[in-house]
Design a protein around this ligand. Structure first.
Ligand code: FES
Length: 118
């Protein structure tokens, strides 16, 4: 298992904001919601959209590309693209919904530390 990495100060992340950081060459999204902190992959598991450029409402992040939604609490899929009908059916044959990878995070003093999962 990897070590915890110091990624930023809590002062660098306002309430309701998210930022992308690089941890061991991997793009990681760090968010602060309701005084709690979350870490997840910044690349959308659909087709790699940059979630740090999406929208954050409560713990739900929306991908800027095709508007899939994921809960940063555990990464589960809230919505898999905003496509519908035959396009949605066909696209799911090639890319079935799967969750966003989340990562362990802890606060030490004013520092945010993240440990990457597999
Ligand atoms: S790349 Fe994120 S929804 Fe398609």
């Amino acid at each position: 298992m990897s070590e915890f990495r110091d990624v930023m100060s809590t002062r660098d992340l306002e309430e309701g904001a998210m930022k992308k950081v690089n941890v061991d060459g991997r793009e990681i999204l760090v968010a602060r919601i309701g005084g709690r902190y979350y870490a997840a992959d910044s690349r959308c598991p659909h087709l790699g959209g940059d979630l740090s450029k999406g929208e954050l409402k409560s713990t739900i992040v929306t991908c800027p590309r095709h508007h899939s939604e994921f809960d940063l609490g555990d990464g589960h899929v809230v919505r898999w693209t905003d496509w519908s009908g035959i396009i949605q059916s066909v696209s799911r044959l090639f890319k079935a919904p799967h969750p966003l990878k989340t990562h362990e995070l802890k606060i030490e003093g004013e520092r945010i530390l993240v440990r990457l999962g597999d």
